[in-house]
Design a protein around this ligand. Sequence first.
Ligand SMILES: C[S@@+](CC[C@H](N)C(=O)[O-])C[C@H]1O[C@@H](n2cnc3c(N)ncnc32)[C@H](O)[C@@H]1O
Length: 376
Amino acid sequence: MTQPLTLIATAAMGLEGLVKQELQDLGYHDLQTENGKVIFKSDFAGIARTNLWLRTADRIKLHIGSFNAYSFDELFEQTKALPWEDWLPEDAFIHVVGKSHKSKLYSVPDCQSIVKKSIVSRMQDQYHIHSRLSESGVRYKIEVAILKDHVTLSIDTTGAGLHKRGYRHEQGEAPLKETLAASLIKLTNWTPDKPFVDPFTGSGTIPIEAALIGQNIAPGFNREFAAEEWDFLPASIWDDAMEEAEDLANYDQPLAITGSDIDHRAIEMATNNAMEAGLADLIEWKQMNVKDFKPKSDVGYVVGNPPYGERMSDRDEVESIYRALGGIMKDFPKWSVYMLTSHENFEKHYGVQASKKRKLFNGFIKTDYYQFFGQK
Ligand SMILES: C[S@@+](CC[C@H](N)C(=O)[O-])C[C@H]1O[C@@H](n2cnc3c(N)ncnc32)[C@H](O)[C@@H]1O
């Protein structure tokens, strides 16, 4: 295998720009942004560093090859021409997943099975194995992605998606993905010296992600990644990345982060999750109706994911919550407020037109991220 490698950081639609910024901050500059992904050049160490550090990406894939294919024969032959033995040991457990969009080869199960046969055939030739491969070793998840007849083959380095930080053991009814929570924070210009409040905290995802950002703690420090089991990667890349993360963490940064929720069970969950993340003393948790919220300082940030009122029966209550928050915040013009909701009339009930709006998906729900900038 050769370095530099090509890696693909995947992201939810609309968040590619944040992933790109994070990669630049990590020192990667040869970047190409496409729908739902950022492609970049890296050395081996980058596999560990990006998995450990990226807060807004979904996963990191190792790009193996790309080509056009219009028939199963072409898919088989071009897949077989790639140097799979550089990456896969002879006992690799080969798990192929796939997707196809606007392409002649549209049957995903057939594409998966052709790719698997082709890789197996290449490995048998290269490792001089005349029987079946044992596939008794480490699992490698290989993706065949076809878009407009262009095939991309990659191996997943991440394992469970990067949103699985390892701290959220408990969650409420509509938890935000950790990657989206981190994105919401990154889209503000909050700095860790400013007060930060999430008044609809649920399982505490937003304040926990804010504390991790505030102290520059790598979000992946508490979990494992698929590529840690890969023999051809030097074990030192993981140790070095962890050491770098330890060096860069700023545990002395004071924070003023509060999470509150009307539901005391949410506060219990959030407290337990923060403890799991090692942030127990850093975040203040409070059971409180948002209608009783009163900022304690002149300047600060409110970032939240309030109830959306998707059931008609909840509409009135949700709208009264928005009105109450708008009423409170109008007396604190130096506070910035950021709310993610699918309610189309949020601004009407909040009582102020947003400085900026951004369309984002919360899972499959189309939402807007309403941003009200505080006065300077
Ligand atoms: C969409 S959930 C937030 C999920 C959270 N971001 C997470 O990741 O778990 C909305 C939260 O608002 C809370 N809530 C509903 N009405 C409220 C009110 N009047 N004041 C404060 N919190 C309220 C609910 O208990 C719920 O936990």
